[in-house]
Design a protein around this ligand. Structure first.
Ligand code: 4AD
Ligand code: MG
Length: 430
Protein backbone atom coordinates (compact mmCIF):
# COMPACT_ATOMS: atom_id res chain seq x y z
CA UNK A 1 0.00 0.00 0.00
CA UNK A 2 1.34 3.45 -0.97
CA UNK A 3 1.40 5.70 2.10
CA UNK A 4 2.82 9.07 3.17
CA UNK A 5 5.72 8.84 5.60
CA UNK A 6 4.00 10.93 8.27
CA UNK A 7 1.59 8.00 8.82
CA UNK A 8 4.30 5.34 9.23
CA UNK A 9 3.47 4.93 12.93
CA UNK A 10 0.08 3.48 11.96
CA UNK A 11 1.69 0.75 9.82
CA UNK A 12 4.27 -0.90 12.07
CA UNK A 13 4.84 -4.49 10.93
CA UNK A 14 3.07 -3.95 7.60
CA UNK A 15 4.59 -3.89 4.16
CA UNK A 16 4.12 -0.48 2.55
CA UNK A 17 5.30 1.54 -0.46
CA UNK A 18 6.93 4.95 -0.29
CA UNK A 19 7.48 7.20 -3.28
CA UNK A 20 9.92 10.06 -3.24
CA UNK A 21 13.50 11.09 -3.76
CA UNK A 22 16.82 9.82 -2.48
CA UNK A 23 18.01 12.47 -0.06
CA UNK A 24 21.15 10.69 1.05
CA UNK A 25 22.80 7.30 1.01
CA UNK A 26 25.32 5.50 3.18
CA UNK A 27 26.58 1.99 2.82
CA UNK A 28 28.64 -0.35 4.91
CA UNK A 29 29.44 -3.52 3.03
CA UNK A 30 26.32 -5.59 2.98
CA UNK A 31 23.91 -2.84 4.13
CA UNK A 32 22.77 0.29 2.30
CA UNK A 33 20.96 3.03 4.23
CA UNK A 34 18.72 5.02 1.92
CA UNK A 35 17.41 8.29 3.30
CA UNK A 36 14.16 8.85 1.44
CA UNK A 37 12.37 12.16 1.26
CA UNK A 38 8.75 11.71 0.25
CA UNK A 39 7.49 15.27 0.83
CA UNK A 40 5.96 14.45 4.20
CA UNK A 41 9.16 13.60 6.04
CA UNK A 42 12.61 12.03 5.92
CA UNK A 43 12.78 8.27 6.44
CA UNK A 44 15.56 5.71 6.68
CA UNK A 45 15.17 2.66 4.50
CA UNK A 46 17.56 -0.19 5.24
CA UNK A 47 18.58 -2.58 2.45
CA UNK A 48 20.33 -5.80 3.56
CA UNK A 49 22.15 -7.64 0.82
CA UNK A 50 21.35 -11.03 2.34
CA UNK A 51 17.62 -10.35 2.53
CA UNK A 52 16.79 -8.91 -0.90
CA UNK A 53 16.87 -10.05 -4.52
CA UNK A 54 19.97 -9.22 -6.51
CA UNK A 55 17.90 -6.83 -8.64
CA UNK A 56 16.70 -4.88 -5.61
CA UNK A 57 20.24 -4.63 -4.27
CA UNK A 58 21.46 -3.42 -7.69
CA UNK A 59 18.80 -0.69 -7.78
CA UNK A 60 19.76 0.50 -4.31
CA UNK A 61 23.40 0.57 -5.37
CA UNK A 62 22.58 2.46 -8.55
CA UNK A 63 20.40 5.12 -6.90
CA UNK A 64 22.08 8.52 -6.67
CA UNK A 65 21.28 11.61 -4.61
CA UNK A 66 17.98 13.15 -5.82
CA UNK A 67 17.02 10.23 -8.04
CA UNK A 68 13.30 9.66 -7.85
CA UNK A 69 12.64 6.33 -6.24
CA UNK A 70 10.02 3.87 -5.01
CA UNK A 71 10.75 1.59 -2.08
CA UNK A 72 8.69 -1.25 -0.72
CA UNK A 73 9.37 -2.55 2.76
CA UNK A 74 8.23 -3.46 6.22
CA UNK A 75 7.75 -0.67 8.77
CA UNK A 76 9.70 -1.07 12.02
CA UNK A 77 10.22 1.06 15.09
CA UNK A 78 13.64 2.66 15.23
CA UNK A 79 15.75 0.54 17.62
CA UNK A 80 16.70 3.56 19.75
CA UNK A 81 14.65 6.65 18.93
CA UNK A 82 11.14 7.21 20.22
CA UNK A 83 8.43 7.83 17.59
CA UNK A 84 10.90 7.27 14.74
CA UNK A 85 10.24 4.55 12.20
CA UNK A 86 12.30 2.94 9.48
CA UNK A 87 11.70 0.71 6.51
CA UNK A 88 13.24 -2.72 6.03
CA UNK A 89 13.40 -2.80 2.27
CA UNK A 90 12.06 -5.66 0.17
CA UNK A 91 11.73 -3.79 -3.11
CA UNK A 92 13.35 -0.76 -4.69
CA UNK A 93 13.07 0.91 -8.11
CA UNK A 94 14.71 4.04 -9.46
CA UNK A 95 12.24 6.09 -11.55
CA UNK A 96 14.72 8.60 -12.90
CA UNK A 97 18.41 8.49 -12.23
CA UNK A 98 19.74 11.92 -11.25
CA UNK A 99 23.28 12.62 -12.40
CA UNK A 100 25.63 15.07 -10.68
CA UNK A 101 23.09 16.90 -8.50
CA UNK A 102 24.59 20.38 -8.21
CA UNK A 103 23.93 20.84 -4.49
CA UNK A 104 26.39 18.49 -2.86
CA UNK A 105 26.50 17.69 0.81
CA UNK A 106 29.34 20.18 1.29
CA UNK A 107 28.85 23.83 2.26
CA UNK A 108 27.75 26.21 -0.50
CA UNK A 109 27.63 30.01 -0.42
CA UNK A 110 24.26 31.79 -0.31
CA UNK A 111 24.52 33.06 -3.90
CA UNK A 112 25.08 29.56 -5.23
CA UNK A 113 22.16 28.24 -3.22
CA UNK A 114 19.90 31.11 -4.29
CA UNK A 115 20.82 30.53 -7.96
CA UNK A 116 19.66 26.94 -7.39
CA UNK A 117 16.65 27.88 -5.31
CA UNK A 118 14.44 25.57 -7.39
CA UNK A 119 16.54 22.66 -6.11
CA UNK A 120 17.55 24.07 -2.73
CA UNK A 121 13.89 24.00 -1.68
CA UNK A 122 14.28 20.22 -1.33
CA UNK A 123 16.76 20.44 1.54
CA UNK A 124 15.63 19.62 5.04
CA UNK A 125 15.77 23.15 6.43
CA UNK A 126 13.93 24.61 3.46
CA UNK A 127 11.31 21.87 3.73
CA UNK A 128 10.82 22.82 7.37
CA UNK A 129 10.55 26.54 6.56
CA UNK A 130 7.94 25.92 3.84
CA UNK A 131 5.87 23.93 6.31
CA UNK A 132 6.10 26.55 9.07
CA UNK A 133 5.13 29.22 6.54
CA UNK A 134 2.03 27.23 5.67
CA UNK A 135 1.21 26.77 9.36
CA UNK A 136 1.42 30.53 9.93
CA UNK A 137 -0.91 31.18 6.98
CA UNK A 138 -3.36 28.62 8.37
CA UNK A 139 -3.17 30.12 11.87
CA UNK A 140 -3.86 33.62 10.53
CA UNK A 141 -6.87 32.44 8.52
CA UNK A 142 -8.24 30.49 11.49
CA UNK A 143 -7.83 33.26 14.03
CA UNK A 144 -9.39 35.91 11.81
CA UNK A 145 -12.41 33.79 10.98
CA UNK A 146 -12.91 33.12 14.69
CA UNK A 147 -12.97 36.89 15.14
CA UNK A 148 -15.59 37.33 12.36
CA UNK A 149 -13.21 38.63 9.68
CA UNK A 150 -13.80 37.35 6.16
CA UNK A 151 -11.33 37.39 3.27
CA UNK A 152 -11.87 40.09 0.67
CA UNK A 153 -9.16 40.23 -1.97
CA UNK A 154 -7.61 43.55 -2.98
CA UNK A 155 -6.14 44.40 -6.41
CA UNK A 156 -2.44 44.24 -7.26
CA UNK A 157 -2.50 46.82 -10.10
CA UNK A 158 -3.33 50.10 -8.41
CA UNK A 159 -3.49 53.69 -9.69
CA UNK A 160 -1.84 55.31 -6.64
CA UNK A 161 0.28 54.83 -3.52
CA UNK A 162 -0.79 53.46 -0.14
CA UNK A 163 2.54 53.69 1.70
CA UNK A 164 4.34 56.71 0.23
CA UNK A 165 5.48 57.31 -3.31
CA UNK A 166 9.17 56.43 -2.93
CA UNK A 167 8.82 52.64 -3.07
CA UNK A 168 6.35 52.26 -5.94
CA UNK A 169 6.92 49.88 -8.84
CA UNK A 170 5.45 51.39 -12.04
CA UNK A 171 3.98 49.21 -14.78
CA UNK A 172 2.87 50.54 -18.21
CA UNK A 173 -0.88 50.05 -18.35
CA UNK A 174 -2.39 50.20 -21.89
CA UNK A 175 -3.98 53.57 -22.67
CA UNK A 176 -4.53 54.38 -19.00
CA UNK A 177 -1.00 55.47 -18.25
CA UNK A 178 0.97 54.01 -15.37
CA UNK A 179 -0.24 51.46 -12.86
CA UNK A 180 1.68 50.66 -9.67
CA UNK A 181 2.08 47.30 -7.99
CA UNK A 182 0.21 47.38 -4.70
CA UNK A 183 2.21 48.22 -1.55
CA UNK A 184 -0.69 47.16 0.70
CA UNK A 185 -4.36 46.45 0.07
CA UNK A 186 -5.39 48.49 3.10
CA UNK A 187 -7.27 51.28 1.33
CA UNK A 188 -9.39 48.75 -0.58
CA UNK A 189 -10.34 46.68 2.41
CA UNK A 190 -11.23 49.91 4.21
CA UNK A 191 -13.90 50.23 1.52
CA UNK A 192 -15.09 46.66 2.05
CA UNK A 193 -15.73 47.01 5.81
CA UNK A 194 -18.81 49.11 5.02
CA UNK A 195 -20.08 46.00 3.25
CA UNK A 196 -18.96 43.15 5.52
CA UNK A 197 -17.87 44.74 8.82
CA UNK A 198 -14.53 43.00 9.28
CA UNK A 199 -12.30 41.74 6.51
CA UNK A 200 -8.76 40.96 5.46
CA UNK A 201 -6.68 40.42 2.37
CA UNK A 202 -3.66 38.16 2.11
CA UNK A 203 -1.42 38.32 -0.89
CA UNK A 204 1.75 39.60 -2.51
CA UNK A 205 2.67 43.27 -2.14
CA UNK A 206 5.58 45.16 -3.63
CA UNK A 207 8.06 47.75 -2.41
CA UNK A 208 10.88 49.15 -4.48
CA UNK A 209 13.06 48.97 -1.35
CA UNK A 210 16.64 49.97 -2.03
CA UNK A 211 17.63 48.49 1.33
CA UNK A 212 19.79 45.38 1.31
CA UNK A 213 18.94 44.08 4.75
CA UNK A 214 18.12 40.66 6.14
CA UNK A 215 14.53 41.83 6.62
CA UNK A 216 13.57 43.41 3.30
CA UNK A 217 12.16 41.87 0.16
CA UNK A 218 10.81 43.74 -2.87
CA UNK A 219 7.93 41.27 -3.15
CA UNK A 220 6.49 39.92 0.08
CA UNK A 221 3.18 38.65 1.40
CA UNK A 222 1.06 40.77 3.64
CA UNK A 223 -2.14 40.18 5.51
CA UNK A 224 -4.04 43.45 5.93
CA UNK A 225 -6.94 43.30 8.39
CA UNK A 226 -9.55 46.04 8.80
CA UNK A 227 -12.50 46.31 11.18
CA UNK A 228 -15.41 48.72 11.51
CA UNK A 229 -16.13 50.16 14.99
CA UNK A 230 -12.74 49.10 16.31
CA UNK A 231 -10.61 51.79 17.94
CA UNK A 232 -6.93 51.94 18.87
CA UNK A 233 -7.04 49.85 22.08
CA UNK A 234 -9.01 47.03 20.55
CA UNK A 235 -6.84 47.14 17.44
CA UNK A 236 -3.83 46.34 19.62
CA UNK A 237 -5.73 43.58 21.39
CA UNK A 238 -6.57 41.89 18.07
CA UNK A 239 -2.95 42.12 16.91
CA UNK A 240 -1.63 40.66 20.15
CA UNK A 241 -4.11 37.80 20.13
CA UNK A 242 -3.33 37.04 16.50
CA UNK A 243 0.41 36.84 17.13
CA UNK A 244 -0.08 34.70 20.24
CA UNK A 245 -2.40 32.42 18.26
CA UNK A 246 0.31 32.02 15.60
CA UNK A 247 2.86 31.05 18.28
CA UNK A 248 0.57 28.45 19.84
CA UNK A 249 -0.48 27.04 16.48
CA UNK A 250 3.13 26.59 15.35
CA UNK A 251 4.20 25.06 18.66
CA UNK A 252 1.34 22.61 18.35
CA UNK A 253 1.76 21.70 14.68
CA UNK A 254 5.44 22.29 13.81
CA UNK A 255 7.52 20.65 16.56
CA UNK A 256 9.40 18.52 14.05
CA UNK A 257 10.11 21.46 11.77
CA UNK A 258 11.22 23.75 14.60
CA UNK A 259 13.55 21.03 15.88
CA UNK A 260 15.14 20.69 12.42
CA UNK A 261 15.59 24.47 12.39
CA UNK A 262 17.05 24.38 15.92
CA UNK A 263 14.61 27.07 17.05
CA UNK A 264 14.55 27.54 20.81
CA UNK A 265 10.86 26.79 21.33
CA UNK A 266 11.05 27.70 25.01
CA UNK A 267 11.57 31.29 23.88
CA UNK A 268 8.50 31.09 21.66
CA UNK A 269 6.48 29.68 24.55
CA UNK A 270 7.53 32.55 26.78
CA UNK A 271 6.54 35.07 24.09
CA UNK A 272 2.93 33.87 24.45
CA UNK A 273 2.19 36.28 27.34
CA UNK A 274 0.92 39.89 27.54
CA UNK A 275 3.01 42.11 25.23
CA UNK A 276 4.96 45.12 26.49
CA UNK A 277 3.91 48.60 25.40
CA UNK A 278 5.86 51.81 24.93
CA UNK A 279 4.69 55.07 23.51
CA UNK A 280 7.03 56.29 20.78
CA UNK A 281 8.24 58.99 23.17
CA UNK A 282 8.97 56.51 25.95
CA UNK A 283 10.72 54.21 23.47
CA UNK A 284 13.02 57.04 22.32
CA UNK A 285 13.87 57.90 25.94
CA UNK A 286 14.56 54.26 26.76
CA UNK A 287 16.74 53.88 23.66
CA UNK A 288 18.74 56.97 24.57
CA UNK A 289 19.27 55.56 28.07
CA UNK A 290 20.48 52.35 26.49
CA UNK A 291 23.07 54.28 24.49
CA UNK A 292 21.38 54.81 21.10
CA UNK A 293 21.93 58.17 19.40
CA UNK A 294 18.37 58.21 18.03
CA UNK A 295 16.49 61.51 18.45
CA UNK A 296 12.79 62.31 18.68
CA UNK A 297 11.23 62.36 15.21
CA UNK A 298 13.37 59.61 13.71
CA UNK A 299 12.22 56.18 12.63
CA UNK A 300 13.70 53.23 14.53
CA UNK A 301 16.48 51.42 12.71
CA UNK A 302 17.27 47.75 12.94
CA UNK A 303 19.74 48.33 15.79
CA UNK A 304 17.22 50.36 17.77
CA UNK A 305 14.57 47.67 17.41
CA UNK A 306 17.09 45.11 18.64
CA UNK A 307 18.16 47.29 21.55
CA UNK A 308 14.61 48.00 22.68
CA UNK A 309 13.63 44.32 22.70
CA UNK A 310 16.89 42.71 23.80
CA UNK A 311 15.74 42.00 27.36
CA UNK A 312 12.11 41.39 26.49
CA UNK A 313 10.68 37.88 26.37
CA UNK A 314 7.51 39.16 24.68
CA UNK A 315 7.01 41.30 21.55
CA UNK A 316 6.87 45.04 22.12
CA UNK A 317 4.31 47.55 20.86
CA UNK A 318 5.49 51.06 20.08
CA UNK A 319 2.38 53.23 19.85
CA UNK A 320 1.53 56.85 19.09
CA UNK A 321 4.22 57.94 16.65
CA UNK A 322 4.80 61.57 15.54
CA UNK A 323 2.40 62.23 12.68
CA UNK A 324 5.19 63.56 10.42
CA UNK A 325 6.76 60.13 10.00
CA UNK A 326 3.54 58.18 9.46
CA UNK A 327 1.14 58.00 6.47
CA UNK A 328 -1.83 60.29 5.79
CA UNK A 329 -4.54 57.78 6.68
CA UNK A 330 -3.67 57.44 10.36
CA UNK A 331 -6.02 59.03 12.86
CA UNK A 332 -4.38 61.56 15.17
CA UNK A 333 -4.84 61.18 18.90
CA UNK A 334 -7.60 63.68 19.84
CA UNK A 335 -5.89 64.10 23.23
CA UNK A 336 -2.53 64.83 21.55
CA UNK A 337 -2.88 65.61 17.82
CA UNK A 338 0.89 65.64 17.27
CA UNK A 339 0.78 61.87 17.50
CA UNK A 340 -1.08 59.18 15.59
CA UNK A 341 -3.20 56.40 17.08
CA UNK A 342 -0.94 53.78 15.58
CA UNK A 343 1.47 51.02 16.50
CA UNK A 344 4.41 49.03 15.29
CA UNK A 345 4.86 45.60 16.83
CA UNK A 346 8.49 44.56 17.29
CA UNK A 347 9.30 40.87 17.70
CA UNK A 348 11.75 39.33 20.16
CA UNK A 349 15.04 37.62 19.22
CA UNK A 350 15.96 40.21 16.58
CA UNK A 351 12.76 39.55 14.61
CA UNK A 352 12.22 43.27 13.96
CA UNK A 353 8.94 44.88 12.93
CA UNK A 354 6.19 42.31 12.41
CA UNK A 355 3.14 44.54 12.22
CA UNK A 356 2.22 48.11 11.36
CA UNK A 357 -1.27 49.26 12.28
CA UNK A 358 -3.46 52.21 13.19
CA UNK A 359 -6.87 53.63 13.75
CA UNK A 360 -7.86 55.39 10.51
CA UNK A 361 -8.84 59.03 10.12
CA UNK A 362 -12.56 59.12 9.39
CA UNK A 363 -12.99 62.92 9.26
CA UNK A 364 -12.95 64.07 5.63
CA UNK A 365 -11.48 67.50 6.35
CA UNK A 366 -8.63 66.20 8.46
CA UNK A 367 -7.73 63.52 5.94
CA UNK A 368 -7.85 66.00 3.06
CA UNK A 369 -5.39 68.19 4.90
CA UNK A 370 -3.02 65.25 5.31
CA UNK A 371 -3.33 64.25 1.64
CA UNK A 372 -2.39 67.79 0.60
CA UNK A 373 0.49 67.99 3.09
CA UNK A 374 1.96 64.75 1.75
CA UNK A 375 1.76 66.16 -1.79
CA UNK A 376 -0.53 63.35 -2.95
CA UNK A 377 -2.91 63.95 -5.84
CA UNK A 378 -6.39 64.40 -4.34
CA UNK A 379 -8.10 63.16 -7.51
CA UNK A 380 -6.45 59.75 -7.06
CA UNK A 381 -8.03 59.41 -3.64
CA UNK A 382 -11.57 60.66 -4.39
CA UNK A 383 -12.95 57.14 -4.13
CA UNK A 384 -11.22 56.73 -0.76
CA UNK A 385 -12.61 60.07 0.39
CA UNK A 386 -16.11 58.82 -0.51
CA UNK A 387 -15.72 56.36 2.39
CA UNK A 388 -15.64 59.46 4.63
CA UNK A 389 -18.59 61.06 2.81
CA UNK A 390 -20.99 58.15 2.99
CA UNK A 391 -21.32 56.55 6.40
CA UNK A 392 -17.89 57.10 7.97
CA UNK A 393 -17.33 55.11 11.15
CA UNK A 394 -14.42 54.72 13.54
CA UNK A 395 -12.28 51.90 12.19
CA UNK A 396 -8.84 50.39 12.54
CA UNK A 397 -6.58 47.86 10.95
CA UNK A 398 -3.08 46.54 10.60
CA UNK A 399 -0.78 44.62 8.29
CA UNK A 400 1.50 41.73 9.18
CA UNK A 401 4.38 40.80 6.90
CA UNK A 402 4.24 37.02 6.40
CA UNK A 403 7.97 36.55 5.80
CA UNK A 404 8.80 38.62 8.89
CA UNK A 405 6.57 36.27 10.88
CA UNK A 406 8.19 33.21 9.28
CA UNK A 407 11.64 34.60 10.03
CA UNK A 408 10.77 35.18 13.65
CA UNK A 409 9.01 31.86 14.30
CA UNK A 410 11.69 29.79 12.52
CA UNK A 411 14.65 31.83 13.78
CA UNK A 412 16.09 31.85 10.24
CA UNK A 413 18.60 34.66 9.85
CA UNK A 414 17.80 35.95 6.36
CA UNK A 415 14.33 36.75 5.05
CA UNK A 416 15.23 35.44 1.59
CA UNK A 417 14.80 31.90 2.96
CA UNK A 418 11.31 32.70 4.25
CA UNK A 419 9.61 32.87 0.83
CA UNK A 420 9.85 30.14 -1.82
CA UNK A 421 11.28 32.34 -4.57
CA UNK A 422 12.61 35.60 -3.10
CA UNK A 423 12.72 38.90 -4.95
CA UNK A 424 15.22 41.43 -3.64
CA UNK A 425 17.00 44.41 -5.14
CA UNK A 426 19.68 42.04 -6.45
CA UNK A 427 17.64 38.96 -7.27
CA UNK A 428 14.96 38.20 -9.83
CA UNK A 429 15.91 34.62 -10.73
CA UNK A 430 14.96 31.76 -10.69
O1 4AD B 1 4.29 48.89 8.17
P1 4AD B 1 3.77 48.68 6.78
O2 4AD B 1 4.41 49.46 5.69
O3 4AD B 1 2.21 48.96 6.87
C1 4AD B 1 1.33 48.97 5.83
O4 4AD B 1 1.59 48.73 4.67
C2 4AD B 1 -0.09 49.21 6.25
N1 4AD B 1 -0.86 49.68 5.08
C3 4AD B 1 -0.66 47.94 6.80
C4 4AD B 1 -2.07 48.11 7.30
O5 4AD B 1 -2.29 48.88 8.21
N2 4AD B 1 -3.01 47.39 6.73
O6 4AD B 1 3.90 47.14 6.40
C5 4AD B 1 3.29 46.16 7.21
C6 4AD B 1 4.26 45.03 7.49
C7 4AD B 1 5.51 45.46 8.28
O7 4AD B 1 5.24 45.56 9.64
C8 4AD B 1 6.46 44.33 7.96
O8 4AD B 1 6.14 43.17 8.72
C9 4AD B 1 6.11 44.03 6.52
O9 4AD B 1 4.80 44.49 6.28
N3 4AD B 1 7.03 44.65 5.57
C10 4AD B 1 7.98 44.01 4.87
N4 4AD B 1 8.34 42.72 4.83
C11 4AD B 1 9.33 42.37 3.99
N5 4AD B 1 9.98 43.21 3.18
C12 4AD B 1 9.66 44.53 3.17
N6 4AD B 1 10.27 45.34 2.33
C13 4AD B 1 8.61 44.98 4.05
N7 4AD B 1 8.02 46.18 4.28
C14 4AD B 1 7.07 45.96 5.20
MG1 MG C 1 5.81 49.85 9.17
Amino acid sequence: MYIFSNTLGQHVGEEITLKGWLNNKRSSGSIIFLEIRDGYGFISAVVSKNEVDEKVWAEAERATQESSITVVGRVAKHPKREAVFEIHVTGCAVLQLAKDYPIAKKEHGPDFLMDHRHLWLRSKNQWAILRVRDAIITAINQYLHQEQFIKVDSPIFTPSACEGTTTLFPVPYFDLGTAYLSQSGQLYIEAAIASVGRCYDFGPVFRAEKSKTKRHLTEFWMMDAEAAFVEHEENLRIQEELVRYIIRYCLEHCQKELTILERDTEKLKRADAPFTRYTYEAAIKKLQELGSDITYGEDLGNDDEGLLTKDSVVPVFIEKWPKEIKPFYMKLDPADPAHALNDDLIATDGGGELIGGSQREEDINLILERIKKEGLNQADYEWYLDLRRYGAVPHSGFGIGLERAVRWITGVEHIRECIPFPRTIGRLRP
